[in-house]
Design a protein around this ligand. Structure first.
Ligand SMILES: [Zn+2]
Length: 279
């Protein structure tokens, strides 16, 4: 092959490639996927000091894909693609509207990923709006907090948790004792931050260009929760919640990190628009 032909072949190969090349490299990449939205008529439950009583509001429900040279982690699984199949992609229940306009599966496909390419899946906690698609990953290893699993599977099932998604999970479970370093190099760590639920965790990711990013789980639900240290009325332990607030505050200070409040629409909109990513 002459040099010109080789160049044209390379051009053709690139042109035919996936939208975003998910080639294994040395970088860590963080993708924010749309896994739904909840519209509430009344946000009262999100503060135990009545700050939000009678106010309507929306929470976004992202899922995150973290690509690391050692494998791929899915952090939180959203409301569930089953809602996408309903009329208007909507579940309307008890003064709340649960919307899933685009499926998790279709977004993984845009990254060139099949369910079997997800090595690890982990949940900030086991409320239903984070467990929705867990059963779609039977070939993954579920990194699970033992206190969280015990709480979510107790009878009767605690409010806002539902066994419907996780009792059908068919993959392996790996119990995390204490903080967990997913790939062993400190770049992707799942850190204990109990209080919202007994085994709640946040995800700390070290990125080459963007620095330290902490994905909040439901440690906070909004920017105003964060700024005023408001504790949701349905948290299982107020003192643990405040200790977890302080732990994350110190981590952000030490690392000069960026906090992404997962349910806050403005934090989601500030991230690169999928399939773009942070690295
Ligand atoms: Zn949530």
């Amino acid at each position: 092959m002459r040099p010109f032909q080789a160049v044209m072949l390379l051009v053709a190969l690139f042109a035919a490639g996936p939208v975003v090349a998910a080639e294994p490299g040395t970088d860590v990449r963080l993708y924010a996927l749309d896994c739904g939205t909840i519209e509430f008529d009344d946000m009262a439950m999100f503060a135990d000091d009545d700050s939000y009583a009678g106010q309507p509001g929306n929470l976004v429900e992202p899922c995150y894909v973290i690509e690391h040279p050692g494998g791929t982690l899915l952090w939180d699984t959203g409301l569930g693609d089953a809602i996408n199949a309903r009329p208007d992609h909507l579940l309307d229940e008890d003064g709340s509207r649960f919307l899933v306009p685009v499926t998790l599966q279709s977004q993984l496909e845009r990254l060139g990923l099949r369910a079997a390419d997800i090595e690890f899946v982990s949940l900030s906690h086991m409320h239903f709006d984070h467990t929705g698609n867990l059963e779609q990953f039977p070939q993954a290893t579920w990194l699970v907090d033992p206190a969280e699993l015990a709480w979510a599977t107790q009878t009767p099932t605690p409010g806002s948790a539902t066994a419907a998604h996780f009792d059908t999970f068919a993959g392996k479970q790996q119990v995390m004792q204490g903080d967990h370093d997913v790939f062993g190099d400190g770049r992707v760590r799942i850190l204990r931050t109990p209080g919202h639920t007994p085994g709640h965790r946040v995800l700390l990711v070290e990125l080459e260009n963007s620095g330290t990013v902490i994905l909040s789980g439901d440690l906070y639900h909004s920017r105003s929760n964060y700024e005023h240290a408001r504790v949701p009325a349905f948290n299982v332990d107020r003192a643990d919640t405040l200790a977890s607030f302080e732990r994350v505050r110190q981590l952000l200070e030490t690392h000069r990190g960026r906090l992404v409040i997962q349910h806050a629409p403005e934090d989601f909109e500030a991230l690169p628009v999928f399939p773009a990513y942070l690295d």
